[in-house]
Design a protein around this ligand. Structure first.
Ligand code: ADP
Ligand code: ZN
Length: 292
């Protein structure tokens, strides 16, 4: 089976062809400029491949619920050219095949749950800590949308006592994303994250924020496993520190076999940075099932 996957990001569009086993056979990347410029390139890529379905994991906010009036649209994104753009409708018209659609992070959560480290679990989350922070949620076997979709990168937390940086989120200043995404590291410490490896205080503070977020998600969503991905998590020291602080902050309140085994509870992404694209294949397969 030939399946199309589109990981739609604010800077680049990763287009790929794969099969139902999550194997990627072809990939091409286009810069995200305007729909007028970028859409025809992507449509041409997929049209040549005679795909049976397409899955899109998209930057947002988006409208992913099939029964909502603006289903398939990118909605209030700060990327103005894509605001209120019916990306699903345009691909359906051009390719005449089922199209699955969800957030980029829900796609990554589905990728890990279908082909990766959360396979077999009905409840898991995928947190990306990169240029922004986002969380994809699989709850009772389904990707969680709720009213729209979770925006769990923008939760509010306790500030680290030694942190004087105001935060960079244009909406909330010191939400999780404003304090702990890659740009926050760079602005607080005056250097890019990948050059700060030897600064213990950087990862002490960073892990405090990520661990708080993990505690909050654990309490609210009760996931069976938490996956941490994104560029900042490439920092080797971070994952063990997050686990340690998570256990400390949980303070023995939850004692399931999952959280007690913290090394298997909070884990790194497992699919070599392909979790997003592979999740898009999962979204395409879902769309095929829904279309009968
Ligand atoms: P995006 O979120 O744009 O899809 P990434 O997940 O790759 O992209 O995240 C990019 C961010 O991660 C940048 O802010 C970058 O500085 C940061 N980053 C990349 N590698 C590292 C590293 N080894 N340590 C800390 N931060 C890193
Ligand atoms: Zn925010």
């Amino acid at each position: 089976m030939r399946i199309g996957a589109l990981e739609a990001g604010g800077t680049k569009m990763v287009c790929a062809i794969g099969n139902e086993n999550g194997e990627i056979v072809k990939r091409e990347v286009f810069p995200t400029t305007t729909p007028e410029e970028t859409m025809p390139k992507m449509i041409a890529f997929f049209k040549d491949e005679e795909i049976e379905a397409l899955g899109i994991g998209c930057f947002g906010p988006i409208s992913p619920a099939r029964d909502s009036a603006d289903y398939g649209y990118i909605t209030s994104t700060p990327k103005l050219a894509w605001q209120n753009y019916n990306i699903v409708g345009e691909f359906e018209k051009a390719l005449q095949c089922p199209v699955g659609f969800d957030t980029d992070v829900n796609a990554a959560a589905l990728g890990e749950a279908t082909y990766g480290i959360t396979k077999g679990l009905k409840n898991s989350i995928y947190i990306t800590i990169g240029t922004g922070i986002g969380v994809g949620v699989l709850a009772e076997g389904k990707l969680l949308h709720g009213m729209m979709h979770p925006e769990a990168g923008h939760i509010l937390l306790h500030r680290h006592p030694a942190d004087t940086y105001e935060g960079w989120c244009p909406f909330h200043k010191d939400c999780l994303e404003g304090l702990a995404a890659g740009p926050a590291l760079e602005k607080r410490w005056g250097a890019k994250g990948d050059t700060l490896t030897d600064r213990a205080e950087v990862w002490e503070m960073e892990s405090y924020y990520i661990a708080q977020a993990c505690v909050n998600y654990c309490m609210i969503l009760s996931p069976e496993r938490i996956v941490l991905g994104g560029g900042v998590m490439k920092q080797q020291a971070l994952l063990p520190l997050v686990r340690e602080k998570f256990t400390e902050l949980l303070a023995g309140y939850i004692r399931t076999k999952e959280v007690t085994d913290v090394e298997n509870y909070i884990v790194g992404a497992s699919l070599n940075d392909n979790q997003g694209v592979m999740g898009c294949i999962g979204l395409a397969l879902q769309a095929m099932r829904e279309n009968g």
